[in-house]
Design a protein. Structure first.
Lengths: 442, 480
């Protein structure tokens, strides 16, 4: 055994429970800290989560949480140059990400550089604004607008999720706009907005710090206190809430764009991440779309051949999730045929063709292996701990998280499939411009 | 040696030593590093099966999962002219029916075991792998051996895959980054095997018989290697693999092609591929350099890392962090069995197409001319490479990937032990000499995938020949 990190090994291992041995405490300023040691490789991973995401943005400033994330890499009082500078010098692997629910920052360094990693993270938590200026903001507005072009606009179907959001959520809902934001709003951001955002959200009492890997616990705790203990607590930011969205009617959207194929997305509202009904839909996604024995593949790709591929997934989020089925029409077929084919399979699933024990067991075994793979690395473990802290207020929920799946019965999966897939939905067709009706006499 | 964090570059923000009277509130010095912790490379256990097949195993029992993979030399390099895509589709077909089980039956057998079997072919190699919980090792190895040795190539599955492959290929031609990737290989290699591109015609012309014959001709123990990682050990694996792979062997293996020699090139040229209305332009610069086994590879690799191989390297700090024209820009080495390609890649906003290319061109000419890599830069990026090396071996997969590179490129067996000293041995004169010797700026091929109507005039004003290519890398006849 190289590093005894995960107790109780392997799929179906009897009895022993899965856990990540750890120590958890809170600094006086409210910063949540979790330490989970693994000395098998002389590297250490530091991960900081701020409990703010694009759901917390103001109207007219969409994309701001992510733009702000970029500015966290442009220097702080004691490390005023690029954030990558001192860390890449020691071989760090680092980055940050923003989603609807949270913003995170992380670095893996050789373990002897733990003091540097903690120094850098604490300096931008405590001393970002002293060196932030309009030049940096203008530069990163340009970079983020290019990120939008590269990942959403210069890619066929890249804005499908943007469109789906506009039709799934009402005006003012925290998930209506995409995390990347709009060009107009990104350009609108002022230096004062950046400062206000930092003061409102980037607080030790609105963050967690997780350290995994090779460290000496006593030394690590002293370093954490020294680096983060002085950062003042701020007013606790409000928790964003939203009532579950219930569509009063289904919505059918047709767009024409510079795309090679006819594609279609079907989207239903579903239960939030970790809530009852969330894991069930991962299993539904698997039995419908995962592999050549899955139901939609068998019906649409293999048998009728109206689609050349089909995909399903549960996009799990804090305030409510979305279950999505997408498919590409085969040449010579329409998305209407594809939707009809999908609907026939879903109608069967909701009626008498309940999930079988074999389907459910296969999906669970597959999920379990993916789950264990995530726990193999110190960064994967830190991500899991941070997720549990953010959503559940616990540091180690691996066993209960896994049991959300292993305890599922075909009946439970069937009940959720009936409820969610029987509700109103949004259908988005994105078709090649050549399919557009000829323009009339305008 | 001083701790690398004490090195700094003005551009990246050196830790400032404040004057005593300026010791403002909150000013803190950079911390000292802790004592060095020893790094021990995970042990690699090796064996040779009775049919000559080599096996390497890296153990790690943290989560009770294993992975076994058979690598085969060859890959798409074995595709005959006109049959581009043969290796790729042959391997894609393996798990779509084997030993009498249909694709769906195979999936149904694998899922309850938590197992995954995968097969695929790349440019110079192909692989068939199996992974899952180690308690299911034996039944999973059985299914893997069926897929590897006894594929059925069912006719209905083949027609399904072939039509999908053609449609996917045609869709990929609408992806500007994919077009950039296709075109650069063709520009670099012309019609040598590695420059030949799959087309709808080559994919559509393949037959089931072609696939069956390809499969039979590539399985040869003398050019295969087995790699295993995770919760498995050599003593357990050897008899299990002997029992399953004893029959492995091709009656008449396909000869491996000689490494592809890059095309001569036409001097410094801008190749353009039209993508009307594109909001960004894909930019690439390429030039064949030295073989991966060439001693000059080390100083070139280290020098290029400072030039364009990392976030903080010159190219990204200029085009992204100064100009804001792109989400990222890098220059790296695309290693091959022949000469490696030096390749710069970025996507810039449409209105920065011409200035972006000009800026990348200027950076290149500067580093070769009056703004060579400095001693500070070199030391900084040596620290980056050496310190980053240790984190790369946290899981067996990463180490096995390196072993595969060593085997594919014919590197010395102790290449991993040589890595740190070889990086540290590079000096600033050597790094600059390697860059200057390998990069002839008058031979760089530039590639632009973007809105040609908007940019043609500006690109022509740079004073270089501008050649329009189609999405298969062939010249487009000029409009009258």
């Amino acid at each position: 055994m190289i590093g005894s990190v995960i107790l109780a090994l392997a799929v179906g291992a009897q009895a022993a429970e899965l856990s990540i041995p750890h120590e958890r405490y809170t600094l006086d300023n409210g910063l949540e800290v979790v330490l989970a040691r693994d000395t098998s490789t002389p590297i250490v991973h530091v991960q900081v989560w701020y409990h703010v995401g694009s759901k917390d943005e103001q109207a007219g400033l969409t994309g701001f949480a992510h733009l702000f994330e970029h500015l966290m890499f442009n220097g702080s009082l004691n490390a005023p140059g690029d954030y990558f500078g001192p860390l890449q010098a020691v071989g760090a692997d680092l980055n940050g990400t923003t989603n609807t629910d949270r913003t995170n920052y992380f670095e893996t360094v050789p373990s002897r550089y733990l003091p540097l990693a903690l120094f850098m993270e604490s300096d931008r938590m405590g001393h970002l604004l002293e060196v932030l200026d309009q030049t940096k903001l203008t530069n990163q507005q340009g970079v983020v607008r290019n990120e939008r072009r590269q990942r959403y606009e210069n890619v066929p179907y890249g804005e499908a999720w943007v469109t789906l959001g506009e039709h799934l959520y009402p005006e003012g809902h925290p998930y209506r706009h995409p995390t990347i934001g709009s060009h107009e709003d990104l350009e609108r951001a002022r230096l004062e907005d950046v400062k206000d955002f930092f003061r409102a959200w980037y607080l030790p009492n609105n963050a967690s710090l997780v350290v995994t890997g090779d460290f000496e616990p006593v030394q690590a705790k002293a370093l954490i206190e020294e680096n983060f203990g002085w950062i003042p607590r701020g007013a606790q930011p409000p928790a964003r809430t939203a009532a579950p969205v219930v569509l009063s009617a289904s919505d059918e959207v047709v767009e024409h764009d510079d795309v090679p194929d006819r594609k279609v997305w079907l989207a239903w509202h579903s239960a939030p991440l970790f809530a009852p009904g969330d894991a069930e839909l991962d299993v539904v996604a698997s039995l419908l779309c995962n592999g050549p024995d899955s139901r939609l593949y068998e019906a649409l790709v293999r048998t009728s051949r109206v689609a050349r591929d089909v995909g399903c997934y549960q996009a799990s989020r804090q305030l409510g999730s979305v279950f999505v089925v997408s498919a590409t029409a085969s040449k010579g077929h329409t998305t209407a045929e594809v939707v009809a084919g999908i609907d026939a399979v879903l109608a069967d699933l909701r009626a008498e063709a309940a999930p079988t024990a074999e389907e459910v067991a296969g999906a669970i075994a597959d999920y379990e292996v993916g789950f264990l793979q995530r726990l193999q690395t110190i960064s994967g473990r830190a991500g899991q701990i941070s997720t549990y802290l953010h959503h559940l207020g616990k540091a180690d929920a691996v066993q209960t998280d896994l049991e959300r799946y292993t305890a599922l019965t075909p009946d439970a999966v069937h009940a959720v499939a009936r409820e969610v897939l029987g509700a109103e939905r949004v259908v988005l067709h994105i078709l090649p411009t050549a399919d557009a009706p000829a323009e009339g006499g305008e | 040696m001083r701790a690398p964090i004490l090195l700094c570059l003005a551009l990246l923000g050196c830790p400032k030593t404040p004057a005593p009277e300026a010791a403002a509130e909150g000013v803190r010095p950079f911390p000292e590093a802790l004592p060095e912790r020893p790094f021990v490379m995970p042990e690699v256990e090796r064996a040779t099966l009775s049919n000559g097949l080599q096996l390497a195993v890296v153990r790690n029992d943290e989560v009770g999962l294993f992975n076994v993979r058979l690598f085969l030399r060859g890959g798409s390099s074995l595709d005959p002219a006109g049959k581009e895509g043969l290796a790729e589709l042959t391997f894609d077909m393996l798990d779509r029916g084997a030993a009498g089980r249909s694709a769906a039956e195979l999936a149904k057998a694998l899922k309850p075991l938590g197992g995954t079997v995968g097969a695929g072919a790349g440019r110079d190699s192909a692989a068939v792998s199996v992974s899952g919980p180690s308690k299911n090792l034996e039944p999973l190895l059985d299914l893997w051996a069926d897929v590897l040795l006894r594929p059925d190539f069912p006719a209905d599955e083949w027609s399904l895959l072939q039509s999908k492959a053609v449609a996917d290929h045609e869709a990929s031609l609408e992806q500007p980054t994919e077009v950039g990737r296709r075109v650069y290989r063709h520009v670099a290699y012309g019609d040598a095997y590695t420059g030949r591109l799959t087309t709808s015609a080559s994919l559509g012309g393949l037959t089931r018989g072609d696939l069956v014959a390809h499969h039979a001709a590539v399985l040869d123990p003398s050019r295969a290697v087995l790699m295993a990682g995770g919760d498995v050990d050599l003593a357990t694996l050897v008899p299990l693999l002997e029992a399953r792979l004893g029959s492995l062997g091709a009656a008449s293996p396909l000869p491996l092609p000689a490494p592809a020699i890059p095309a001569e090139g036409e001097g410094e040229v801008i190749y353009v591929v039209d993508k009307p209305g594109a909001p960004q332009s894909v930019l690439r610069a390429l030039l064949p350099v030295m073989d991966r086994t060439d001693p000059a590879w080390w100083p070139f690799m280290v020098g290029n890392t400072a030039f364009g191989g990392a976030f903080t390297a010159r190219v990204n700090m200029n085009l992204r962090e100064d100009k804001g024209w792109t989400y990222g820009a890098r220059c790296g080495l695309d290693d091959n069995t022949g000469p490696s390609l030096w390749l710069c890649s970025t996507s810039v906003q449409s209105d920065a197409t011409v200035v972006g290319l000009a800026e990348l061109r200027k950076e290149t000419r500067d580093v070769l001319g009056d703004r060579p890599i400095t001693a500070d830069e070199l030391a900084y990026f040596q620290g980056y490479l050496v310190n980053g090396f240790y984190g790369s071996y946290e899981t067996p997969g990463e180490l096995l990937g390196e072993l595969w590179d060593i085997w594919t490129y014919g590197l010395p067996a102790d290449w991993l032990e040589r890595y740190v000293p070889s990086v540290q041995a590079v000096d600033v004169a050597g790094a600059n000499a390697a860059l200057r010797s390998a990069i002839d700026p008058d031979r760089i091929a530039w590639i632009v995938v973007g809105d040609l109507a908007t940019h043609r005039e500006g690109l022509e004003a740079l004073g270089l020949p501008v050649v329009e290519l189609d999405r298969d890398g062939r010249p487009v006849a000029e409009a009258p």
